[in-house]
Write a protein that binds this ligand. Structure first.
Ligand SMILES: [Zn+2]
Length: 449
């Protein structure tokens, strides 16, 4: 006989993170969906299996809306197989893939189809796709929206790859008007090209020289322009990977004025500082750059007060040979999928934030950003049974050899982090258990029509 209400699985912990807070509970799952959050000592129905995690924390699987998978085309940098394994090992159950660094980029419906065909058999977790807004693809935006991309990424300064050119202000206005016309979302790499061009470009091994080449005012100005465009068009925009704390007052004021603006930052801006980057250590290079400790303090404050909405990895690897010791020419991008939860939790805790805060920044808010909050981002009835089981007080030292992403370059090597992911669950199925993976069971997700 099957269990009451068809419940197949009961997940029990003394610390379950729910939208109402953390409590001892047992979560009932049927058909891959959470059906109820019950008392800790709830009776296990006939036919249901009980998993008791003791005092380990049961939290909703993370939703990482900023990942560069690079597959197909630059799969020697990263691919769906390795990226989704790294994500699963880190407690992430949904990722949204960026439209660039793969070949083709996700800038037409045909290209989206190509990407999906490649991703489908390799998906250890659920995968959605961003589209790209280029100077010459305005006509492709609506079809991509209808085909289910979650929004459109644009650059305002060179992207790093030739096939994904940036938009000038006029092109940005044209693309944003088109996207606003069908109620879409524009997500923007906001660094102003004129400020970058005016900054000293010394090159070489010194991190301080690299930092001076990507000044805060490049970010601040680009964000100021973006806010003006969003305000004029009543368009929905999202600032990617905010690093400059100088932009926070602008952002807070725009939000207070009702501009439809959201903002993300990344684990590396929150946990690493410019002062500690060794010269020549380009595993720390990303754009915009990791800034000073005082800047980092303000980013944390902005997360706490809601000026910044969410934390995403911006996982953007390359082959190790492109990570040369010259900051000007080395590939820019930090690989953070597998370590993001532990890295953020380690620093969040030190600063007096809770695991509930971390879940809000890395799961609930990101799910909401892409309109998946009716299925992802919380432990509540009706949502997908996606979970991470975390031992928050256990520590580990980052060993690059233990990482699942393709090129084991990491800015976190040797750091001791708190929070060990014990297992990860996707729609009621354990997909990774202490480093052992099941066959891929992820699905490809589309924006809700
Ligand atoms: Zn990125």
């Amino acid at each position: 006989m099957s269990g009451v209400g068809g419940v197949e699985l009961m997940l029990r912990s003394t610390r379950v993170i729910t939208p109402e807070g953390t409590r001892a509970a047992t979560v009932a799952v049927a058909g891959g969906t959470i059906t109820a959050v019950l008392a800790h000592d709830a009776e296990v129905p006939d036919g249901a299996r009980l998993e008791d995690f003791g005092d380990d924390v049961l939290l909703p699987g993370l939703v990482d809306t900023h990942v560069h998978v690079n597959d197909p085309g630059r799969t020697e940098w990263e691919g769906f197989w390795t990226a989704t394994r790294a994500a699963a090992a880190g407690g992430i159950t949904t990722l949204v893939d960026m439209p660039l660094n793969s070949l083709p980029p996700t800038t037409t419906v045909d290209n989206l189809r190509t990407k999906k065909d490649v991703a489908r058999p390799k998906a250890h977790i659920d995968i959605g796709f961003w589209g790209g807004a280029l100077p010459d693809n305005v006509k492709d935006l609506r079809p991509l929206h209808d085909a289910g991309v979650f929004g459109f990424k644009a650059f305002l300064s060179p992207s790093g790859v030739d096939e994904f050119p940036e938009l000038d202000q006029e092109q940005l206005a044209r693309s944003l008007a088109e996207i606003a016309g069908f109620g879409g979302l524009l997500i923007v790499h906001a660094e102003d090209p004129h400020h970058l061009a005016a900054a000293p470009q010394k090159g070489g091994r010194k991190y301080t020289d690299f930092l001076a080449s990507r000044p805060r005012d490049a970010e601040d100005t680009a964000i100021e322009h973006l806010i003006a465009q969003a305000r004029r068009l009543d368009a929905r925009v999202h600032v990617l990977h905010l690093s400059s704390s100088d932009a926070l007052p602008l952002i807070a004021a725009a939000k207070a004025d009702g501009v439809r603006l959201t903002v993300e930052t990344c684990p590396h801006y929150l946990t690493l500082t410019a002062e500690e980057v060794p010269d020549g250590a380009s595993e720390f290079k990303c754009c915009p750059p990791i800034r000073e400790a005082a800047n980092q303090d303000l980013l944390w404050q902005a997360l706490a007060d809601g000026t910044v909405d969410c934390v995403v990895t911006d996982h953007s690897p390359s082959t190790a040979d492109l990570k040369t010791d010259d900051f000007a020419t080395a590939w820019g991008g930090i690989s953070g999928l597998q370590l993001s939860l532990s890295a953020v939790w380690t620093e969040a805790r030190r600063r007096g934030h809770t695991l509930e805060d971390v879940v809000r920044w890395m799961s609930t808010s990101t799910a909401r950003l892409v309109g998946l909050d009716d299925r992802k981002g919380a432990i509540a009835p009706g949502l997908d049974a996606d979970f991470a089981v975390l031992a928050p007080d256990e520590t580990f030292t980052v060993d690059p050899a233990a990482l699942q992403h393709r090129n084991r370059v990491t800015a976190y090597a040797g750091r001791t982090l708190s929070g060990v992911v014990k297992s990860t669950w996707l729609r009621g199925r354990r997909i990774v258990d202490r480093g052992e993976f099941t066959e891929p069971a992820g699905r490809l997700l589309s924006r809700h029509p």
